[in-house]
Ligand binder design. Structure first.
Ligand code: TXA
Ligand code: MG
Length: 330
């Protein structure tokens, strides 16, 4: 891990290190980047393997959807459909500690792992100049959860980020402590009335003032990391087809989600087969999981059978996701 210290001068944007950090991001590496709220563990949001590395580094047992950071509202509109409320809020609070959840555009190249397979996308234009600079220079949306190990306190300094994640990082960008210190407020602009999903750096009243009406959503503080998080509802994840896990054989009319070199009995009869990783690499499997499920779901099979995937590394999150998808439907 290399450290890039930015001390307030203006020449950081043209320094050789800036170029090296952009190259690392372009190559799918992880970089700890300060924002006004907390330090983010940033990676190219369009690169499934890079996003898999984020979950791996944080040791997240589940695939929570990630926020994609962009440099402007114009860039954000390449990825999400902004209704009038979303535009109003973006114009009032961006750049700043507000994240907007909006319908994901079919033309967006943000990968399915970054959005955890949801049809919505979380977008934010931070006021932290470094994250915006890196998004602009790389020309990529940057996925970034808080730069801490899962379940630990969010990192608000480069030291905290490096202490938790050092070995996984190409660079840590050090711009001192974060001025806001708590995460961004998350507002969903998907339904007719905007909904507060997570209280944060901008308070509810400021948002309601700008909207001229009340937000829906939790009055008290709520933590999206908890199992009742909107993004974690089983129904959000379930494909239309039924799921059969740890399949040793493929039955008539089933689609097959395979893993590794050994194929189950009857694999050749599958309505459709997608192998998550022929070499048995769980990182590659994680990167492909959500798009593979979606593709198999459109193959017209009543059931998707899934080969056993080991619980090692990202395998735990993959199995968590598969179990949710296979859970009895409400
Ligand atoms: O201030 C922040 O927001 C920081 C900095 C780095 O930008 N980032 C941050 O990310 O707090 P993270 O991953 O720790 O929290 C993102 C939250 C997750 O709880 C996730 O459930 C929610 O955003 N989220 C992301 N996409 C979503 C979606 N499409 N629908 C609902 N919730 C979503
Ligand atoms: Mg967090």
């Amino acid at each position: 891990m290399r450290r890039w210290t930015i001390d307030g001068g203006n020449d950081w944007q043209t320094s050789p290190t800036a170029v090296a950090v952009c190259s690392a991001l372009n190559a799918g590496k992880l970089v700890a980047v300060p924002t006004e709220t907390v330090y983010g563990l940033a990676a190219d949001a369009t690169n499934g393997i890079a996003c898999a590395r984020i979950f791996e580094a944080k040791g997240r047992p589940q695939f929570n959807p990630l926020i994609s950071h962009v440099d402007s509202l114009k860039s954000a509109q390449l990825h999400g459909a902004f209704n009038e409320d979303a535009q109003t809020l973006a114009m009032a609070f961006w750049p700043g500690p507000l994240t907007l959840v909006v319908p994901k555009l079919p033309t967006s190249d943000i990968c399915d792992l970054a959005t955890a397979g949801l049809t919505t996308v979380a977008l934010r234009v931070p006021s932290g100049a470094i994250m915006r600079f890196l998004a602009r220079e790389t020309g990529r949306p940057l996925a970034a959860p808080s730069a801490n190990i899962s379940g630990r306190i969010s990192a608000t300094s480069a030291e905290d980020a490096a202490a938790d994640l050092g070995p996984s990082l190409s660079f840590v960008v050090d711009a001192g402590p974060c001025p806001v210190g708590i995460e961004s407020t998350i507002v969903s602009c998907v339904d007719a009335t905007p909904r507060l999903l997570r209280p944060g750096g901008i308070d509810r009243m400021q948002i309601e003032d700008v909207l001229g009406r009340k937000l829906q959503g939790p009055a008290a503080s709520s933590d999206l990391q908890k199992p009742d998080a909107p993004g974690m509802l089983t129904s959000h994840y379930a494909p239309t087809a039924r799921m059969r896990l740890r399949a040793l054989d493929v039955r008539a009319g089933e689609a097959l989600l395979s893993f590794g070199a050994t194929r189950p009995l009857g694999a050749e009869c599958a309505v459709k087969e997608i192998n998550l990783s022929a070499t048995g690499n769980v990182r590659e499997a994680a990167a492909r999981l959500f798009s593979a499920l979606r593709e198999l779901d459109t193959a017209g099979a009543r059931t998707i059978c899934v080969q056993d995937i080991p619980l090692t590394g990202l395998g735990e999150a993959i199995n968590d996701r598969l179990q949710r998808a296979a859970a009895p439907r409400p």
